[in-house]
Design a protein around this ligand. Structure first.
Ligand SMILES: *[C@@H]1O[C@H](CO)[C@@H](O)[C@H](O)[C@H]1NC(C)=O
Ligand SMILES: *[C@@H]1O[C@H](CO)[C@@H](O)[C@H](O)[C@H]1NC(C)=O
Ligand SMILES: *[C@@H]1O[C@H](CO)[C@@H](O)[C@H](O)[C@H]1NC(C)=O
Ligand SMILES: [Zn+2]
Ligand SMILES: [Zn+2]
Length: 329
């Protein structure tokens, strides 16, 4: 079976802390079908898209049972503001209002869909794909495609895709160019040596285009950058939800946390049913240094990667991003 298991790797310094029991159930409801899908036949795949079927074609002005799930989804990933118990696009009603339409359009813009504001099948399909619970949009106003102006506080939407920074443009201080990294002892998901060498190569790619040097340390606790495998709710406000959702995340400077989801299948030899550790590491290190997501499909900082894909070469967009953030050249 063709495993169209596109996933999104996200990071943000603003991890959602709103993980209620209800939300958890919602997420399970959204993602469970996909988990099954990834191990099943086409026949099952068809069945498992039922939860969203009823929403196909939904547009502004309608009230359709189940729309609140889309609102919760968009809220969680930064496309809708957190408005609890409010009657304007709160996650708990089924009304398709202006705010929801605008959020859907931004989502469609980010994911290269037709920007119609209508929940067409392609949009619902992308929303059904596993991804993490931290927002794509960290300032609530602009999309991944307007990164050039985002840090200036502009809401101008660029038509040209670009790298982005975190809100407030956090970065490592100029005195801090030699960063150490360490691995959380204990959790064994892939071989220690495989992990170490994959990460070493990943760091090297960023070292070559920046003023940073990266050195491994045995002392995890004192390391500037802390790498580890975690599962479920692991205390940083950005829980993982098992296979097929978040596969990894990292935090903006200077927090230094880089977490792999221990419940995913990881590999270093491009197995078709595993995520490539080095590829994901290159992406997450970008976050550790201060880059947000880019909507350039070929960029390392594009939010998604498929199993079995090796994507380790920095794109011009990534390089331009890091150089701009640190005024290098
Ligand atoms: C609803 O949202 C409006 C504007 O976004 C805000 O002024 C108001 O306080 C909110 N009401 C509630 C009950 O949260
Ligand atoms: C939402 O609207 C309904 C009626 O339209 C109203 O009764 C209710 O109090 C409103 N809730 C909030 C939280 O504003
Ligand atoms: C966008 O719309 C056109 C025309 O309706 C369609 O052919 C195309 O497949 C759509 N693209 C996406 C990504 O949905
Ligand atoms: Zn990311
Ligand atoms: Zn984490």
């Amino acid at each position: 079976m063709l495993q169209e298991k596109k996933i999104l790797v996200m990071a943000s310094k603003q991890c959602s802390s709103r993980v209620t029991c209800a939300l958890l159930h919602l997420i399970m409801l959204l993602f469970l079908p996909l988990l099954i899908q990834s191990h099943s036949t086409h026949q099952h795949q068809h069945q498992n898209q039922q939860p969203f079927k009823s929403l196909q074609g939904c547009h502004k002005g309608q009230t359709v049972k189940g729309l609140n799930a889309i609102k919760q989804y968009l809220e969680m990933y930064g496309y809708l503001p957190h408005h609890h118990n409010n009657n304007t696009s709160s996650g708990d009603d089924d009304t398709f209002d202006d705010i929801l339409e605008s959020a859907v359009k931004t989502y469609q813009l980010n994911f290269h869909l037709n920007v119609t504001g209508i929940l067409d099948s392609k949009t619902l399909q992308d929303m059904s794909l596993p991804r993490c619970g931290v927002p794509d949009i960290v300032d609530g106003h602009t999309s991944m495609r307007s990164g050039k102006n985002r840090h200036l506080g502009s809401t101008t939407h660029h038509t040209v895709a670009h790298y982005t920074f975190f809100n407030g443009r956090p970065r490592w201080p100029s005195s801090k160019t030699q960063l150490t990294y360490g691995f959380l002892p204990g959790v064994q998901v892939i071989g220690t040596q495989d992990l170490r060498s994959a990460c070493s190569r990943a760091f090297d790619r960023w070292a070559r285009v920046s003023h940073f040097t990266f050195q491994e340390t045995q002392d995890y606790r004192s390391a500037d950058l802390k790498i580890g495998f975690f599962r479920g709710d692991h205390g940083d406000g950005a829980p993982f939800y098992g296979p097929g959702n978040a596969i990894a995340h990292a935090f903006a400077p200077t927090r230094g946390w880089f977490h792999f989801d221990a419940d995913e299948k990881w590999g270093t030899n491009q197995a078709s049913d595993a995520f490539d550790v080095e590829s994901v590491a290159v992406h997450e290190i970008g976050h550790l240094l201060g880059l947000g997501h880019s909507s350039v499909g070929g960029a390392i900082m594009y939010p998604s990667i498929s199993m079995g894909v090796r994507k380790v070469n920095l794109h011009g967009d990534d390089v331009q991003g890091i150089k701009t953030l640190y005024n290098l050249n």
